[in-house]
Design a protein around this ligand. Structure first.
Ligand code: RNT
Ligand code: ZN
Length: 422
């Protein structure tokens, strides 16, 4: 970057800082705080949730990546290279979120035989990048999940297989966390459910409790791995019934002291995940949010700096819960350049966090306590047109990543030189 550009950014920031200071906001402090927040970037945006077990598309699971943009990562080396590229364009302290199906091995390995060695190169890569990893067992894209049930299958052999998979993934997760020195969150999401109304919801749920209890039976060091469970409202082919619904996992996580994962796309369209944060934190130590963007349904669109994401960030900041709410993005769009998707989604998430951190919260709280609700409302409105962009640019400059549209030029060159040749 040219010195003149740097000077311009610094000058704009200086002015913005004054504007915010007039509202009682310390932007320097906010930037420092933002630099400490880790957002976990999902591996599965890079290859349309295919994984490296020899499949060429995701099957089952009730989720779907649509689009056919060229350049999908076909192996782990390509995926790492693409993620490196995306990381170079995203400011902030990142993590990377893996799935069991992204294992590396010369010979085929069944899901119930996964071991830390199959993720060795991921661990080495993360150590080089100085980032933490997170993990997810993979309960889809597999013949043993073909009828839509895994841990709650009526077939005890099928249940056993998936319980074993879950156990192996916990072991992998703990090994990753120990090696990298930062707890690896192991998030269990299963697709189990049915297209039409089942006659017996209860038995499925009892089976799921039993399977999960077995899956989580071994005590593992929380310094190495944290167990999370993710609920869902419906999926493709499980529109009428999902065994692991919100109430199910809320009760399960509470009673077993696990982390509850809430995905922004897994609720009724008018329900807000943001609103749930403060309702659950009095009862749970840690929440994991899958920051996603549902459009009409759980469509997993690329996350944006939009009202819904901003509301999530704002609620976490206002609850002073940045150390108790873990953040991971969850989207998969195969219709656009996949690096662009990652960069837009991650930058949108950090930008939402920044907006929350430089909200004139103290003044608003003061007004609220004094019963001056008009002032509270007015401050929220005024805050919307304060120069957030200048503070964001400063963050990008500090983290040595390109500003504004400049990162798009880099993606374009990468597409020309690398992606278009795949
Ligand atoms: C599916 C869940 C889950 C997945 C990933 C790929 O509805 O959101 O988190 O997106 O495991
Ligand atoms: Zn999710």
């Amino acid at each position: 970057m040219q010195d003149t550009d740097k000077n311009r950014i610094e000058e704009s920031y200086r002015q913005a800082k004054e504007r915010y200071a007039a509202y009682g906001v310390d932007t320097d402090r906010a930037l420092k705080k933002l630099a400490s927040i880790e957002v976990s970037m999902n591996c599965w945006q890079g290859d349309d949730v295919v994984g490296f077990e020899g499949a060429d598309s995701i099957t089952g699971g009730g989720i779907m990546a649509t689009g056919n943009y060229p350049g999908r990562a076909r192996n782990a080396d390509e995926l790492r290279m693409d993620a490196d590229k995306a990381f170079s364009l995203i400011p902030g302290k990142k993590r990377f979120n893996l799935h069991g199906s992204y294992r590396e091995s010369e010979k085929p390995v069944e899901r119930d035989a996964l071991a830390p060695e199959h993720f060795e190169r991921w661990i080495e890569w993360a150590a080089e990048q100085k980032i933490g990893l997170d993990f997810n067992p993979t309960f889809f894209s597999h013949p043993k999940a073909d009828d839509g049930y895994t841990l709650s299958s009526y077939d005890s052999g099928i249940r056993r297989f998936w319980i074993e998979h879950g156990k192996r993934c916990r072991e992998v997760s703990a090994a990753i966390g120990e090696r990298l020195g930062t707890a690896c969150v192991d998030n269990v999401w299963i697709p189990d459910g049915s297209k039409d109304d089942p006659t017996d919801r209860m038995r499925r749920r009892h089976l799921l409790v039993e399977s999960l209890d077995e899956l989580f039976s071994e005590h593992l060091d929380p310094e190495h791995t944290l167990d999370a469970v993710e609920s869902k409202l419906f999926g493709i082919g499980s529109e009428s019934f999902v065994v692991g619904s919100h109430e199910f996992y809320l009760a399960y996580a509470l009673s077993r002291k696990l982390v509850l994962t809430m995905d922004a796309g897994h609720y009724h369209p008018t329900e807000s995940v943001a609103e749930k944060v403060s309702a659950l934190l009095p009862f749970m130590r840690t929440l994991l949010l899958h920051v996603s963007r549902p459009v009409r349904w759980d469509s997993d669109h690329v996350v944006l700096f939009d009202d819904a994401t901003r509301a999530i960030a704002r609620e976490i900041v206002r609850a002073d819960a940045l150390d108790r709410v873990l953040l991971a993005v969850d989207f998969f769009d195969a219709s656009i350049n996949r690096i662009t998707a990652w960069v837009v989604g991650m930058r949108g998430t950090y930008k939402s966090l920044l907006a929350a951190l430089i909200d004139p919260m103290e003044l608003m709280r003061k007004a609220e306590l004094a019963g001056d609700l008009g002032t509270r409302l007015a401050l929220a409105e005024e805050a919307k047109t304060l120069p957030l962009g200048a503070v964001w640019d400063r963050f990008c400059l500090d983290h040595d990543v390109p500003l504004g549209g400049a990162w798009l030029d880099e993606v374009q060159s990468y597409e020309n030189d690398v992606l278009s040749k795949r």
